[in-house]
Design a protein around this ligand. Sequence first.
Ligand code: BG6
Length: 479
Amino acid sequence: TKSTYQFPEGFLWGGATAANQLEGAYLEGGKGMNLADVMPGGKIRFKLITTPGFNFEIDKEKYTYPNHDGIDFYHRYAEDIALFAEMGFKTFRLSIAWSRIFPNGDELEPNEEGLAFYDRVFDECLKHGIEPLVTISHYEMPLYLIKEYGGWRNREVIGLFERYATTLFNRYKKKVKYWLTFNEINGATHMPIFGLGFSPATEEDRLQESFQGLHHQFVASSLAVKACHEIIPDAQIGCMLIYAPVYAYDCNPANVLHAMKEEQIFNYICGDVQVRGEYPAFTKRYFKENGIKLDMQQGDLEIIKQYPVDFISFSYYMSRTEKKELTEEEKANGNIFNGVKNPFLKASDWGWEIDPTGLRIALNQLYDRYRVPLFIVENGLGAYDKVEEDGSINDDYRINYLRDHIEAMGEAIEDGVDLMGYTPWGCIDLVSASTGEMSKRYGFIYVDKHDDGSGTLERKKKKSFFWYKNVIATNGKEL
Ligand code: BG6
């Protein structure tokens, strides 16, 4: 379809991934174990790693571990980046596995083999004119820090993270100009294990402990911003939010107020701290009512104030609909958040509600509130793909999903939003984070790898590959 949208010159079209979901080679190159290495395949993974007393051990008798092999990007990165280049990517979002650089997380000296691996990856990108966009921490905390330090509960981790981030800035200062600190930082209160590396023992501890962990990450993120600007003056560094605009179920003011509060607590706390440089006013009451007392040290708030991020990046998969009083039946919706089913929306095969207009709303909300450039660094449709007899993969459902979301971006740009770029999630099929499946595919590139571990790892171009290539070539004029 022809469009009239005006995407800015130099708009960063690309795709997004995370180390633990595609690299594989989990014990190669001197890498230490990390959280993802002990997460089994299948829906059981989340329940298992959040079970109090979980020992963070591998049990191959009982489970499979798809992240151990990923899609073998560790060895096939050159081939994959060449395919991204063929699509015309301007940027490629990837993360660095902390435990490749500091295997335990608290060493004084980095692991040269790990550093050299990412040098090769960045060189390959730059050779093709692709700007790397690097997440410093994406759900892959070194296991040693989880077991011995208690994850981000422990204030000492701030200094360890600062050393890790500074090592990266020094090493890659000529190669990487776009950085993100913590993936989906605000997801911490919902899924502390992923971002913070611990599970609160009881539900009563959840808020206290996850906000304390978040506070440590805020300080760590600000210190990373400071170091990044000092070491790479021409770099930009952003925060990364999981963003789902919250709708009130109806115009009952009680529901509208409830939706507003959810929005404040989940969507805005982290952005407010990381962009505006201070805890928002509503936290005063919220912390008090929920018995949250943050242990802060002198200077923390000054650091946060002094070193805000340059831009906001976020993932967008769904909106959410909130109602104050829920019936049992209403609670059972498939979205990753609580809330009720939205009768106006269809959902993916995994129950994630599809809402392109919500992306336009999200962009307007974030830009109105913060007035800093925005970057959509994740979006996409997890779906079952079928390889036809002739080898083709006709993923029109994915094309339709992406087209609708790109149109929403185009509208938001006309609304006045400053949007830097768009990197759809899992541009090459990879292991899903929440369910550890290969069969939940997002890619433009199909990877022959299956839930039972079988597959040749061969890469195949889906129909969406050619479609997206043309979107980039026309800068969004043809969708
Ligand atoms: C985001 C994460 O929450 O969603 C990614 O940053 C993840 O790591 C993505 O893969 C999609 O979720 P899933 O569970 O479908 O892989």
